[in-house]
Design a binder for this molecule. Structure first.
Ligand SMILES: NC(=O)c1ccc[n+]([C@@H]2O[C@H](COP(=O)([O-])OP(=O)(O)OC[C@H]3O[C@@H](n4cnc5c(N)ncnc54)[C@H](O)[C@@H]3O)[C@@H](O)[C@H]2O)c1
Length: 253
């Protein structure tokens, strides 16, 4: 590893497992001090323990405003500010519009959209103290397209993409960059693998890069955006999707 994040302090939400876990592992390997935040306390603590002195676990429900206040106050006290925030925590619900209850819709919005907003807002002061920073918001290919059965999830991920651009415009003068990452089919607890689902196997077979994505594929793009390697990049969206969004196979090709 090349120490791309040497001396940086990073907070990753929803990092007890999946892509957030892969990002925590990679960030620590690249020299960062990482706060792993999640609601899965046992898994998050075990991950932090396995990563050594440069990783710590904290309980944070991203939809809880007071929780954000408390974690940022602690970061400020211990580290004197924050360099990197990855707004990764989210939930997924499948249902047609006609069958989606307001309660379910609001729950997804509360975690995926409000959680990201609270993270953005909470990071401003701690990042100003460090003279700037990088915020990476995890959206989805469903924040770039519309798929049947995903009204709450897709709406929340389009909102994440939109607030990324607003935040980039507002926070750029403070030296804070904000970009969004749009994973496609990535094998985690959230999405079934091709071995578990014939629909996923068919989806993968038709991709320009015909394999299921891995958390590490996403983590490497997030690392680039979190690090100074992307110092002149803000307000941009980065699909990590095997070519799903931007390419298509013509019939018979
Ligand atoms: N897996 C995919 O195919 C896929 C595709 C596109 C986008 N994404 C996005 O990637 C990100 C990571 O997803 P993943 O696939 O690793 O899924 P995952 O379910 O393994 O990870 C999500 C994490 O968020 C945590 N979380 C849920 N609610 C929370 C809350 N209120 N507060 C704090 N943490 C909370 C979960 O406990 C979990 O650890 C999410 O934003 C997801 O929407 C995933």
């Amino acid at each position: 590893m090349s120490g791309l994040l040497e001396g940086k302090v990073a907070l990753i939400t929803g990092a007890a497992r999946g892509m957030g876990e892969a990002e925590a592992r990679l960030f620590v390997a690249e020299g960062a001090r990482v706060l792993i935040a999640d609601v899965l306390d046992e898994q998050g603590q075990a991950l932090a323990d396995s990563l050594g002195a440069n990783a710590e676990y904290r309980h944070l429900d991203v939809s809880d405003e007071a929780g954000w206040k408390a974690i940022m106050a602690e970061i400020d006290e211990i580290f004197g500010g924050l360099d990197i925030l990855v707004n990764n925590a989210a939930i997924l619900r499948f249902s047609g519009i006609a069958d989606t209850s307001l309660e379910d819709y609001r729950q997804v919005m509360n975690i995926n959209q409000v959680g990201c907003f609270l993270g953005l807002r909470s990071a401003i002061e701690p990042m100003k103290k460090r003279g700037g920073g990088s915020i990476v918001n995890i959206s989805s290919v469903d924040g770039l397209k519309g798929s049947a059965g995903l009204v709450s999830y897709a709406s929340s991920k389009w909102a994440v993409r939109g607030m990324t651009k607003v935040a980039a415009a507002e926070l750029g003068p403070l030296g804070i960059r904000v970009n969004s990452v749009h994973p496609g089919g990535i094998q985690t607890a959230m999405a079934p693998g091709p071995d578990e689902s014939p629909a996923m196997a068919e989806f993968v077979r038709r991709l320009p890069l015909p394999r299921i994505g891995q958390s590490e594929d996403v983590a490497r793009t997030v690392l680039f955006l979190a690090s100074d390697q992307s110092a002149y990049t803000t307000g941009c969206e980065f699909p990590v999707d095997g070519g799903y969004v931007n390419c298509r196979q013509l019939p018979g090709a």
